[in-house]
Design a protein around this ligand. Structure first.
Ligand SMILES: Nc1ncnc2c1ncn2[C@@H]1O[C@H](COP(=O)(O)OP(=O)(O)OP(=O)(O)O)[C@@H](O)[C@H]1O
Length: 274
């Protein structure tokens, strides 16, 4: 059940606390030339929530994540982060605000080790100026030690100690996805955007990834928005689901509410998913 207003908190049936609205997507329209990828869509993401974005192929899901993290600039509408309307920002500025993401197609440095790939996710926490880093003293050294310690915590958390030195290009697909999650977590995001975190995975890998997503939410207190095609996973792990179809929003609510929504059922009938 959704709470009555944006500033309230509520407790889920499994005892987790969902806070006030963190990010609000307000009347967003995004066009590419004549193609309307997103048409007047509004929804919100609450603090501590696992929010799924679902819909058939081409519905506008990835475009929506790209709007949220500043890759795409919509022609109409606003994004509000913690109540503040966001001006035009570059993706790195949005990352500094605490929004990190993973990609549908893995975007890691294949020749670099697991450890080094995850370390690249710490860039928003590297504050010492380059000249200090160059001479390796004081602040820069302290910062390096803290960053390494945090990355080691992530490696333990994701149970990937055994592959910490392995070049990621040599890892099986499921583990690469886990490293990519690790790199996003290294930024200590407040809001983590996951674009099809289970795509291409077998049942066992999906179960592992579902567990890690739930644990990230629980242990790091991270709010999560994810795009996912596997309806079983979506129904199992999400608090609320927004459903897109042809760039429009056709459903929004708890998993039970959206699967009972006739428009959602119609959109999914006969649609092939990967
Ligand atoms: N950079 C782009 N240039 C032109 N059209 C685009 C671009 N990105 C997306 N589109 C179009 O916008 C629409 C929505 O695409 P989008 O990738 O957001 O859908 P999706 O729901 O993520 O699909 P999928 O599940 O297949 O990944 C599609 O018609 C797509 O072709």
């Amino acid at each position: 059940m959704s709470p009555p207003n944006d500033t309230d908190s509520y407790t889920t049936p499994d005892g987790r606390t969902i806070g006030p609205v963190m990010l609000e997507v307000k009347n967003i329209t995004l066009r590419f030339g004549g193609v309307v990828a997103i048409k007047d869509i509004s929804f919100d993401i609450r603090e501590g929530e696992i929010r799924a974005i679902i819909g058939p192929n081409g519905a506008g899901k990835s475009s929506m994540l790209n709007v949220i993290n500043g890759f795409y600039h919509p022609q109409e509408g606003d994004i509000l982060f913690r109540g503040e309307k966001r001006g035009p920002m570059k993706p790195f500025q949005i990352a500094q605000q605490g929004i990190a993401r993973t990609f549908q197609n893995i975007a890691l440095f294949k020749g670099m080790s697991t450890l080094d790939n995850i370390m690249t996710g710490r860039f928003t926490h590297m504050k010492a100026p380059v000249w200090k880093q160059a001479i390796w003293r004081g602040e820069a050294e302290r910062e390096e030690i803290e960053n390494r310690a945090f990355v080691e915590r992530i490696i333990d958390f994701l149970e990937i100690q055994a592959i910490r030195k392995t070049p990621v290009g040599r890892l099986p697909y499921g583990l690469q996805k886990r490293v990519e999650l690790g790199r996003a977590l290294a930024a200590e995001p407040k809001l983590l955007l996951l674009d099809e975190p289970m795509a291409g995975m077998n049942v066992e890998e999906k179960e592992d990834m579902s567990r890690f997503i739930l644990d990230v939410n629980d242990e790091f207190g991270t709010t999560i928005a994810l795009i996912e095609h596997d309806m079983g996973v979506v129904m199992d792990i999400s608090d609320r689901v927004v459903v897109l179809d042809y760039g429009r929003k056709i459903g929004d609510g708890t998993p039970a509410e959206v699967i009972a929504n006739p428009e959602v059922i119609d959109a999914y009938l006969g649609v092939a998913h990967d």
